[in-house]
Design a binder for this molecule. Structure first.
Ligand code: SF4
Length: 412
């Protein structure tokens, strides 16, 4: 039976990190309070089948809303800014409206230093059983250079508080490629993270794009946010490979391009994204997928609240995926996981003829050593992890001129 994942977006932070390309913002607590009220309003409207939205068919089906919820993820932003009272209210509304499965995974994202012992204990009381902590680095110079408000030792203190409150599933995020990062400092961050014995660890490479102040500065060669001290691509690649080696040796097995876990602690929620399972996003900018259609909410918290105030769901885009698009997503999302995708399952789901247009591309990528196939599963070859986006691009269109498109994978 299908289950549902719910993502709740709380896009508020105590300060804005220079590398962040999310739509989070710093705002007075009163704004966060009214946002929480809007979230509750959105949940109520979902279940009331609000008229304006249903008139243009942009309303999640009752079937989706009735699925048993086996994962709930509070992300942002910094959801702990909602405090025990705010989280308590949200949990109560969610539990009242949705049907929760027997042992759901309940994840809360957290910035080190943003939750004291009392809040940790309150979260446990609410049923939160997984924490995802944005450590990013254990080196104070690196943390300060990107505007983080915590130090390396505060990460250790926060994990200690979480363990004290009874959390047995803690994930840490680290970013390779922060300003001033060196091979030695990255090794220190990895070592200190491993010493904390997290059940899960995510390794991200700093994304250089115009959406973050630091990324923008790297592209334009500015000097306000330490862009000149950002390591080059080779250093980032070496950092990623070093993480793979050390984390594997520490018993944190890689199960996805960016994710490592002890057996049984893989993120149930994130797996839904890679496996095309249904999930419902709540809040400004949140995305949803019901197995056929994808939709997203107004990204601005102001527009999000304004739409709700008129009695409408804040949905701005709604797209039913054509069969070819579903197959594209099946490949480029499914191949993110180390176990890859089940080819016979795909043929069963869409029919052999529907998969055929991708076959010549798959064959070429296999020949080039970018993909591997065994036991009926297709997966990324280990050498492809660092160029995964180039490989995924090959699945975006049905094969027509495979040889020309494949040239981009090799950089030739
Ligand atoms: S705390 Fe997280 S969401 Fe907030 S600005 Fe920093 S990286 Fe972005």
């Amino acid at each position: 039976m299908d289950t549902l994942g719910i993502y709740v977006q709380i896009p508020f932070c105590a300060s804005k990190c220079s590398f962040c390309n999310f739509s989070s913002k710093v705002a007075p607590h009163s704004e966060l309070e009214s946002y929480l009220a809007s979230l509750e309003h959105e949940i109520d409207l979902l279940f009331s089948g609000c008229q304006t939205a249903s008139a243009n068919a942009r309303h999640p089906s009752g079937d989706l809303l009735e699925l048993p919820v086996d994962s709930l993820y509070f992300g942002g932003g910094t959801p702990t800014l909602a405090g025990a009272e705010g989280l308590d209210r949200l949990f109560a509304t969610l539990r009242q409206r949705f049907r929760f499965a027997g042992a759901p995974e309940l994840t809360l994202e957290m910035t080190p230093g943003s939750a004291d012992a009392a809040l940790m204990a309150a979260c446990r009381e609410l049923g939160v059983n997984r924490l995802s902590m944005g450590a990013q680095s254990f080196e104070d110079r690196e943390l300060a250079s990107v505007g983080r408000l915590h130090s390396g030792s505060e990460i250790e203190a926060q994990v200690g508080l979480a363990r004290g409150a009874g959390f047995q599933n803690i994930s840490l995020d680290l970013i390779a490629g922060l300003p001033h990062q060196t091979r030695a400092s990255w090794l220190t961050s990895l070592t200190r993270a491993i010493e904390l014995e997290p059940e899960h660890l995510s390794i991200y490479l700093f994304e250089i794009d115009e959406k973050s102040r630091l990324g923008n500065e790297v592209l334009r060669h500015g000097d306000r946010y330490h862009a000149a001290a950002v390591p080059d691509d080779d250093a980032m690649a070496a950092a990623y490979e070093q993480a793979q080696e050390l984390l594997g040796a520490a018993g944190l097995a890689q199960y996805e391009i960016s994710n490592f876990a002890r057996p049984g602690f893989e993120s149930r929620h994130n797996r839904k994204y890679w496996r095309l399972d249904p999930y419902l996003g709540l809040g400004a900018g949140a995305h949803s997928f019901d197995g056929n259609a994808r939709w997203s909410n107004e990204i601005s918290t102001i527009d999000y609240a304004a739409r709700l105030a008129t009695g409408e769901l804040p949905i701005v885009e709604w797209r039913v995926l054509a069969e070819a698009e579903q197959i594209e997503e099946f490949f480029f999302l499914g191949l993110r996981e180390c176990t890859g995708v089940d080819l016979s399952g795909a043929a069963k789901r869409w029919g052999r003829d529907a998969i055929n247009p991708w076959q010549s591309r798959i064959d070429s990528l296999l020949q080039m050593g970018m993909l591997e196939e065994s036991g009926g599963r297709l997966r990324l070859a280990p050498e492809s992890f660092l160029v995964s986006n180039e490989v995924f691009q090959e699945f975006l269109l049905p094969a027509q001129d495979g040889s020309q498109a494949l040239a981009s994978v090799t950089g030739s």
